[in-house]
Write a new protein. Structure first.
Length: 60
């Protein structure tokens, strides 16, 4: 299954009206700083979700 299929389809539609040159760029895997940033971002999301589980003012 493709993650975010709706977004990929929208991107495909949008790029069909323009000349686009796609380039591969290195991902986060193996980059210590990027992996640390991912870890911090995921921890923040987990804390937010835990706090919002009982807070009716949180929007998801």
């Amino acid at each position: 299954a493709v993650k975010n299929q709706d977004l990929w389809l929208a991107l495909d539609e949008a790029q069909s009206h323009h000349e686009v040159e796609w380039q591969w760029v290195r991902g986060h895997a193996g980059n210590v700083g990027n992996e640390r940033a991912d870890g911090l971002a995921n921890a923040a999301i987990d804390r937010w979700q835990a706090n919002c589980a009982t807070d009716s003012e949180c929007a998801s």
